[in-house]
Design a protein around this ligand. Structure first.
Ligand code: NAP
Length: 487
């Protein structure tokens, strides 16, 4: 199969916070990989901006180090690294003051075509968004083809998200604002839409009549990893459920949009969030990991012996609409779990009548969409166990492994590669709209407020386990089991 890389017109990408962790780990390697694929046109520029006093050569060396550390084998190509670094510039700016902004404006005026896309990646804490947006306007840095990219956390509740949206809206039209959720950049997540809406096979069955329940698990084996202070203020509900799990839920549950265009897709996602029922307190389990297997406890990790913040959430929710009435959705996510495993499992109902009798056992089709650590889709089907001795049934996976089916050119790009190029192309389909973010907070807020009002203490679970026993019990009470992630 021939890979199709469509080059984009020259652009300027300014990474504000270009010396930070996200820039080093994700943004710089992603742009470098797109550069190597031939997608980034020759005149394009990457401009780093932060307070640190780098000159251009110093920042290029910083970029080279970041690529060596995080871009993988492709960064062994010294020639490619040198060519990429030649497109890199740096300006020292302070978001809180006027320092450097005129220099950035002068640099941007020089070189690029006047109508070239200018993308500003706000790779800084949300507390700086408003000031940066204001400076971009005041120093004449934006044009009609400008866009801004903002990272999570997009607020910590509905009020703060509304305030952030309002601040950005003062300076930019919604069509210029790209709120990143990197889960949406994953190839398999997009494949979920292709599988659902590109095949006749699944969509007629995609409803409460045929689907028993749907599970979404996003499990991490790592702990809070240097983000202790931030994490302890946020917790899993804000850090993972409100954004990543909610976005996955939307894609799995939404109605077919009329077209694959940004607002049509986002309108349907919004309807899903608005159809979500409130979660009953006995349908949600919060957990916090304790020391085990050589790992410190959550409280030790965040340096707060009294912390009541959750590092795990499992919940059951329902959608109040015709398609899903009666089909529960189970969401589960946490840190320091037994292994890294993100998957969505669609569990179909039993056949209405078994011609093979009770001894054939219970067999159900399951569609598993694996997001991490590997990406792929597996359909579990029931067949006859080979050999003599009657009709014994067995479940086997019908594996849709993209690498095998499509050959080596099916190398899946990192989510950031895809999303950054979508920003440049002006395609907002995989980015969250203001109303989506606010609706997600409107659903999350009462849950968090309920915990706070009750002084809820999370259930302890051993580090590197499958989470608190109560999460298992919640499923078992419903006669179901979590998929993946074992003790
Ligand atoms: P970080 O390592 O602390 O980097 C912050 C960046 O902002 C640095 O480049 C810093 O550079 C710059 N900065 C801070 N104050 C500034 C100011 N007044 N003016 C100009 N620049 C300033 O943070 P990060 O991990 O890269 O995260 C950036 C954003 O992405 C955060 O909102 C975070 O929540 C989000 N995020 C990060 C990750 C990740 O993997 N790291 C993942 C998802 C979301 P100077 O100190 O040189 O100014």
């Amino acid at each position: 199969m021939v890979s199709r890389t469509i080059p984009v017109d020259s652009f300027d990408l300014v990474v504000i916070g270009g010396t930070g962790d996200l820039a080093r780990r994700k943004i710089l390697p992603a742009l470098f990989k797109r550069f190597c694929s031939g997608q980034v046109a020759g005149e394009s520029r990457l401009i780093g901006a932060a307070r640190r006093a780098f000159d251009t050569d110093g920042y290029r060396a910083f970029v080279r180090d970041a690529l060596r550390e995080f871009a993988g084998e492709i960064a062994l190509d010294e020639d490619a690294v040198a060519k990429f670094c030649a497109t890199v510039d740096y300006v020292a700016i302070d978001a809180r003051g006027d320092n450097g902004w005129q220099d950035l404006a002068d640099l941007m005026e020089a070189g690029a075509a006047p109508d070239a896309v200018r993308a500003f990646y706000f790779s800084v804490g949300p507390g700086l968004f408003s000031e940066i947006a204001q400076k971009l306007q005041r120093f004449g840095l934006t044009n009609e083809a400008s866009r801004v990219v903002v990272e999570k956390p997009f607020g910590r509740d509905l009020d703060s998200a509304r305030a952030l949206n309002a601040q950005l809206a003062q300076y930019f039209d919604e069509s210029q604002i790209y709120r990143i959720d990197h889960y949406l950049g994953k190839e398999t997540v997009q494949n979920l839409m292709a599988v659902r809406f590109g095949n006749m096979l699944f969509e007629p069955l995609w409803n409460a009549q045929y689907i028993d329940h749907i599970q979404i698990t996003v499990a991490e084996s790592v702990g809070v990893e240097g983000r202790g202070e931030f994490y302890d203020r946020a917790g899993t509900m804000r850090d993972m459920v409100q954004n990543h799990l909610m976005q996955l839920l939307c894609l799995i549950a939404m109605e077919p949009p009329a077209h694959f265009d940004p607002d049509a897709v986002r309108d349907e996602k919004l309807k899903v969030i608005r159809a979500l029922d409130g979660v009953q307190p006995h349908h949600i389990v919060r957990g916090q990991y304790t020391a085990s297997d050589g790992a410190l406890s959550y409280r030790e990790d965040v340096g707060n012996e009294r912390s009541k913040t959750e590092s795990f959430v499992a919940l059951k929710c329902h959608l109040n609409n015709w398609r899903w009435a009666g089909t529960p959705f189970y969401l589960r996510t946490g840190k320091r779990l037994s292994h890294r495993d993100s998957e969505i499992t669609v569990v179909f109902k039993d056949t209405p009548h078994s011609i093979f009798g009770p001894e054939a056992g219970r067999h159900r089709n399951e569609l598993t969409i694996q997001l991490q650590p590997n990406e792929g889709i597996t359909l579990g089907v029931t067949i006859k166990e080979p050999g003599p001795g009657g009709m014994r049934l067995v479940d086997v996976p019908l594996d849709m492994s993209f690498a095998e089916a499509l050959g080596p050119s099916a190398d899946t790009p990192d989510a950031y590669e895809r999303l950054i190029m979508d920003v440049i192309r002006g395609n907002q389909t995989l980015f969250m709209r203001n109303d989506e973010v606010e609706a997600a907070w409107a659903w999350t807020d009462p849950i968090i407020r309920g915990w706070e009002a009750r002084g809820d203490v999370p259930k302890p679970y051993d580090a590197y386990s499958a989470g608190p026993d109560d999460a298992m019990l919640m499923m078992r009470r419903d006669g179901r089991e979590w998929k993946g992630l074992s003790k």
